[in-house]
Design a protein around this ligand. Structure first.
Ligand code: GRG
Length: 298
């Protein structure tokens, strides 16, 4: 199972390029559809092609690889997931939510394209993701794929986590409440990423359960790491300005548990994620390397 010689940098560079090219191509198809207004397309393009790490699609591809499938077959599903991620960031930045002016070093979508168009760009990316996914996976698993993605992104998943986040609550939550929020707001999409990769790669029941364990643990660790770096003021590793959690009095993991416990929790979740991959061959190398990268950030 271990993958000591795996070249994660090379793997990421290669597939990030492919993912970006596929996203370009999908927007080109949309541009050819006379029903899509150019102002809307411009706002969608602005956020979708603004240089994210493409972590969720990479995980879709890595999960397909772990099951013995070809990454190429998972590109469409990975791009669909990235569209949902891009929509969530656009809406998260809006004045009614985080009210952020910058994302990935450039003005946020509503700053560049106006609030109404940014809302619609998010709506467009969210809905187009499902159309794209419906013809990116084998017909036999299409309904399952659409349903799991809708659940992960929806009111009992990411939207639910975000709703809890914005709800006014003066009390300090328990750590279990914080983690429940992270499971929905962030981990649900990572769990959907491995589930989609598994569906495309033909995962059996044990492998699908193992991928879910990996996705949940990875996703929770990812959110705690993000909060830890923000808490420590490590804007460089984080890739965005820090300090807004304190300003907005957000009850993050390190604010509730303290630095040392949050760090420890991240490391133990990464260990859980890697251990979950026992039912796989050495082809789980990319998933393992991605989890190890997370541990190296805290
Ligand atoms: C608005 C419905 C709705 C949901 C928003 C994703 C989200 C829910 C909020 C973002 C808040 C945030 C900064 C969460 C931390 C973890 C996270 C999801 C970071 C951003 O994802 P990365 O690191 O970003 O993959 P890039 O820029 O690489 O795509």
């Amino acid at each position: 199972m271990p993958a000591p010689g795996f070249d994660l940098d090379g793997y990421r560079k290669r597939w990030q390029t492919e993912i970006d090219a596929s996203l370009e191509q999908m927007l080109a198809h949309l541009a050819a559809d006379r029903g899509c207004p150019s102002a809307l397309l411009a706002a969608m393009r602005y956020s979708l092609l603004s240089g994210g790490k493409r972590l969720r699609p990479l995980i879709v591809l890595a999960a397909t690889r772990a099951c013995g499938g070809q990454e190429q077959a998972a590109l469409g599903a990975g791009c669909a997931l990235e569209m949902i991620h891009a929509y969530s960031l656009i809406h998260d930045d809006l004045p009614a939510m985080d009210d952020d002016d910058f994302r990935r070093g450039q003005p946020t979508c509503h700053r560049a394209h106006g609030e109404a168009m940014a809302i619609l760009a998010g709506d467009g990316l969210l809905t187009h993701a499902f159309e794209l996914l419906s013809h990116s996976v084998p017909e036999a698993v299409a309904a399952r794929a659409l349903s799991l993605l809708a659940r992960a992104a929806g009111p009992a998943g990411m939207v639910g986590g975000q709703a809890d986040d914005v709800a006014e609550n003066q009390q300090m939550p328990s750590l279990a409440e914080v983690e429940f929020n992270h499971q929905r707001k962030t981990a649900a999409l990572f769990a959907a990423a491995v589930a989609l990769g598994g569906l495309i790669g033909g995962a059996g029941r044990d492998q699908a359960a193992a991928l879910d364990d990996y996705g949940q643990a990875f996703g929770l660790a990812y959110q705690i790491t993000d909060d830890l770096l923000a808490y420590q003021g490590d804007a460089e590793t984080l890739g965005r300005p820090t300090g807004s959690d304190e300003i907005q009095d957000r009850k993050t993991h390190p604010r509730v548990a303290g630095l040392a416990r949050s760090r420890q929790r991240t490391l133990s979740l990464v260990e859980d994620a890697i251990l979950a991959l026992r039912p796989f061959s050495e082809k789980a190398d990319a998933l393992i390397a991605l989890a190890k990268l997370l541990a190296s950030r805290v």
